[in-house]
Design a protein around this ligand. Structure first.
Ligand code: SF4
Length: 280
C-alpha cells in the first residue's frame, strides 16, 4: 500500500509525464542512478508508474562508476539484483581526469559533470535507449534558474524534456514537479542504500550553495517563494522581456499589455518594490 508521500510523488510524476510526453509507447528509458536519494526515488517511482500505463515502457538502471576513491562498488548492483531491475554498471575513471586537470582546492563538479554527460549519452545510444532519465527535482530547477540569472545573464532553467545538443538523445526529468523534502521523506521511508555524494572530495559548487541558501532564507520569510519561482517557469510573459528573437518569432512588438514599469514608479518617480513582483 503506497504511503501518502509516495502517492503525492507518483501523482506529480504522472502529471509531468503526461504534460511533457516523458514516457511514450515502447520507450526504453535509461535511468541514471548515482546512488543519491533522488535517483533511487526516481527509479522506484518510475517502476510503479510504468506498471500503471496503458502502454509498454522498459527501464534500464545505469550507474556510472567514476572510480572515486572509496566508492562502494557492490551497493548498487546488490540493490538492483535484489529489486529485480535490469541494470548496467559502466566503469570510467573520470576521477583521475578531473584531479589531474583541476587545481587542488577548486571544485571538480563542472568538468566531472561534463565528462559524465558525454559518457552517459554514448551509453544510451549503445543500449538502444530512447530516453535518458535524470533525477532533478523542483529545487534543482529553481536554483538553476537563479544561477543562470545571476551568473550567466540568461533566463533558463531545467526543462522536463530536451533533445541533447548532439541530437542523439532525449533527456527527461520525471521528478521535475516534486519537492526535494518529499523525495527525502520517501527515500527515508524506503530505506534506500544511499551512497554519500562527497566521495570525490570536491567542494560543492559555492555559488549553488549560496543560491540555495538565499532561496531558503526568502522561503522562511514567505512560504510561497519556492512555488512562485517554480511557477514562473511556466508563466513567461514574453511581452515583458527583451529577447529580440523571441519578440520577432512571436510578433510581440505591437502586442498589448500593461506596463508594470510605469505602475512601479511611485509619486516621487522612484521605482518601488513592485518592480520586483514575480508575476509582473
Ligand atoms: S560532487 Fe564529485 S562526483 Fe559529483 S559532480 Fe562534483 S566532482 Fe563529480
Amino acid at each position: 500500500m503506497a504511503s501518502r508521500v509516495e502517492k503525492k510523488l507518483l501523482n506529480l510524476m504522472g502529471r509531468a509525464s503526461k504534460e511533457f510526453a516523458l514516457l511514450e509507447p515502447n520507450d526504453r528509458v535509461m535511468v541514471c542512478v548515482s546512488g543519491g536519494k533522488d535517483s533511487f526515488a526516481m527509479l522506484n517511482l518510475l517502476r510503479t508508474l510504468i506498471r500503471r500505463l496503458p502502454f509498454s515502457v522498459e527501464l534500464i538502471a545505469v550507474n556510472l562508476d567514476q572510480k572515486q576513491p572509496g566508492f562502494p562498488v557492490e551497493v548498487l548492483p546488490n540493490y538492483f539484483e535484489a529489486e529485480g531491475y535490469d541494470y548496467r554498471v559502466i566503469e570510467r575513471d573520470t576521477y583521475s581526469v578531473v584531479t589531474d586537470k583541476i587545481e587542488e582546492g577548486k571544485t571538480y563538479c563542472s568538468l566531472c559533470s561534463r565528462l559524465r554527460r558525454g559518457i552517459l549519452y554514448s551509453v544510451a545510444v549503445e543500449l538502444g535507449c530512447t530516453k535518458i532519465a535524470l533525477g532533478h527535482h523542483r529545487e534543482d530547477a529553481i536554483e538553476t534558474l537563479l544561477l543562470n540569472l545571476f551568473y550567466s545573464g540568461q533566463i533558463k532553467a531545467m526543462p522536463p524534456r530536451l533533445r541533447s545538443d548532439d541530437g542523439r538523445n532525449v533527456v527527461i526529468r520525471p521528478l521535475i514537479y516534486c519537492a526535494e523534502a518529499d523525495i527525502a521523506a520517501f527515500a527515508e521511508e524506503q530505506a534506500f542504500p544511499i551512497i554519500p555524494c562527497n566521495l570525490c572530495g570536491s567542494q560543492e559548487n559555492l555559488k549553488r550553495k549560496q543560491v540555495r541558501q538565499l532561496i531558503e532564507t526568502l522561503h522562511a520569510d514567505n512560504d510561497k517563494v519556492k512555488g512562485n519561482l517554480f511557477a514562473s517557469l511556466s508563466h513567461v510573459r514574453a511581452t515583458h522581456l527583451m529577447d529580440p528573437l523571441l519578440r520577432s518569432v512571436m510578433g510581440l512588438d505591437d502586442a498589448r499589455g500593461r506596463d508594470e514599469g510605469l505602475d512601479a514608479i511611485g509619486a516621487s518617480g522612484d521605482i518601488d518594490d513592485c518592480g520586483l513582483s514575480l508575476h509582473g
